[in-house]
Design a protein around this ligand. Structure first.
Ligand code: CDT
Length: 311
């Protein structure tokens, strides 16, 4: 008996700064209702789903920065999302900016949670690979200050037994790093859920701009195939606060093949019935890690951070 899980990738169009949490949650609930009609069991929302992508602005006022963060989950404004998902018996994966009190201090993370169909939060991930910069770089047309507003995630890349499978999460820039998928692959991951906000212009490397869609797809397809896992990639796309961002949400099978793909750059749900056993044919043969991996030859991966060419 195949283990099927019907998943909806709930792409979001832009969220402007003037949009309230309440308006955003209404859009998320509309996605949930459509997902239910389409037979989904799990809906994946993008990175930092609840607000505009605020790291594009240099801010110094702590209260202004904190206004983009959630102190509790669910909180007052997100409670209706949890209530409706539970009523519809739908699980979801949600990215948001997390303000935590931990180790006696305030900490800020770029976070995703996995919520089961009964409303329980069964998994949490905090973004490890924070792109961009920490200081104001006024020569850029827009900032990318994730290194200023977030700490690197401190939870590693955990996987969770949920939805009848082994589920993992990562966030946006993480998808470009093979280590992300492999650490989850080594825990038997069967589905990786990830959301992204990817500006179509990368100020430090404008020569990459024409390849944004290709690099997105390349990374997710490679991660899926090399680890025999489903990858659910979900964008917040379109032009947000005058910054055009990549849409192209997609569901990638463990073969590496894209099996569903968004057509536009607005709110759009794409759905696929995923067989969670589909990766077995890869993880039992070509990517049977226990049989073929040679960790003794990979020591540099964990011992060295930056590339050091020979003298
Ligand atoms: N949100 C996020 O991680 N975006 C990055 C932009 C990279 S350019 C600084 C991404 O990898 O898509």
């Amino acid at each position: 008996m195949p283990r099927y899980l019907t998943v909806g990738a709930a792409q979001m169009g832009p969220i402007q700064r003037s949009h309230s949490r309440r308006e955003v949650v209404e859009r998320l609930i509309a996605h949930l209702r459509e997902a239910r009609r389409m037979g989904c069991e799990l809906v994946v929302f993008p990175e930092l789903t609840l607000t505009t992508f605020f790291p594009r602005w240099w801010m110094t006022d702590e209260a202004e920065i904190d206004s983009f963060f959630e102190r509790e989950m669910p909180g007052n404004e997100t409670a209706p999302l949890f209530t409706e998902a539970k009523r519809l018996e739908l699980g979801f994966c949600l990215g948001y900016a997390e303000l935590a009190q931990e180790d006696g201090r305030t900490r800020r993370f770029n976070t995703s949670i996995l919520v089961e169909r009964d409303g329980r939060i069964v998994g949490k991930y905090r973004k490890v690979h924070l792109p961009g910069h920490a200081e104001h770089e006024p020569q850029r047309p827009f900032q990318h200050l994730e290194k200023r507003y977030f700490e690197p995630g401190n939870l590693g890349f955990p996987v969770f037994r949920a939805f009848g499978g082994i589920m993992g999460m990562c966030i946006c820039n993480d998808r470009r790093w093979p280590e992300t998928y492999r650490v989850m692959g080594l825990q038997g991951v069967e589905m990786v859920m990830l959301g992204y906000n990817t500006p179509l212009h990368n100020p430090p490397a404008p020569d990459h701009d024409e390849h944004s869609g290709f690099h997105n797809q390349l990374s997710m397809q490679a991660g899926a195939y090399q680890n025999g896992t489903w990858v659910i990639g979900v964008a917040k796309g379109g032009t947000e606060e005058r910054v055009p961002s990549l849409a192209d949400s997609q569901i990638v099978a463990p073969s590496g093949k894209v099996v569903a793909r968004a057509a536009g750059d607005g709110d759009e749900l794409i759905v696929y019935r995923c067989d969670l056993d589909a990766g077995k044919s890869y993880t039992a043969t070509t990517f049977n890690f226990a049989r073929h991996r040679r960790p003794e030859a990979y020591r540099l991966i964990v011992e060295r951070k930056g590339a050091e060419p020979p003298p």
